[in-house]
Design a protein. Structure first.
Length: 236
């Protein structure tokens, strides 16, 4: 009889059968439950993204740092706009995103209590802007937890392993909802929607590799390079 302490499905909780979790992660990735500060590994990339420089920033800081155009640790709305344009969004969308992102994320990251009319985002405090109803792949200090990205796909990637359809992305955001967390619901829908638009493949699927590289920011570098005609191929 299977050890009940290791069973992942409960007969009276059908959702545990619908959203299955993996039990083989430690066979492919050392300590998958341990949050990583500098790199974003998964079972296919146990050492993170090859060639990606972490510059001793947390994984969440790396995600944000792409938009810091002058590398001074502060992201202003016009820098967010430039970053959005670089990865392929049109001027109107980039303008809207830069306003929404900086207005929503600026104040929690400020070093003091007074708000700034320029809505800067301070990269070293980006962990303070983490919202609820997320996947939990980033912890509250901005580290990256490999197990959570693997569980994300084992629960929701039902059509193709390690890839998500738009409907499965929607189900993922619905499954991560925390009660009464309206801001978190909206933020998660927007973030995953933008990621899907940015990184879906020719079959309309969002790969685990694209999602993983979004977490460490290397996806943005890749997209910017592709947008400039400096690379070939697709992620995932």
């Amino acid at each position: 009889m299977e050890n009940e302490a290791l069973i992942t499905e409960a007969p009276f909780a059908p959702v545990t059968y619908e959203r299955r979790v993996r039990n083989d992660l430690e066979d492919k990735l050392p300590k998958p439950y341990m949050p990583r500060a500098l790199v974003a590994p998964d079972t296919d990339h146990p050492n993170g993204t090859p060639g990606h420089r972490h510059n001793y920033m947390s994984v969440l800081q790396q995600h944000a740092a792409f938009f810091d155009q002058d590398d001074n640790g502060i992201i202003y709305p016009w820098e967010t706009y430039i970053g959005c344009r670089a990865i392929g969004f049109n001027p109107t969308a980039s303008l809207v995103f830069s306003i929404l992102i900086n207005v929503a994320m600026s104040y929690p990251t400020l070093p003091g209590w007074l708000p700034s009319p320029f809505f800067p985002i301070y990269v070293h405090n980006i962990h303070k802007a983490k919202h609820g109803s997320a996947s939990g792949t980033y912890d509250t200090e901005g580290r990256y937890t490999p197990a959570n990205i693997e569980l994300m796909f084992s629960k929701y990637a039902r059509t193709v392993p390690d890839k998500l359809t738009f409907g499965e992305v929607w189900d993922l955001t619905e499954g991560n909802r925390v009660a009464f967390d309206i801001f978190g619901w909206m933020a998660a829908k927007m973030e995953w929607g933008l990621l899907y638009v940015l990184a879906r493949d020719e079959d309309g699927m969002l790969s685990k590799e694209a999602v993983r590289r979004c977490f460490d920011g290397s996806l943005f570098e890749y997209c910017a390079k592709m947008n400039m005609g400096g690379g070939q191929g697709k992620i995932g």
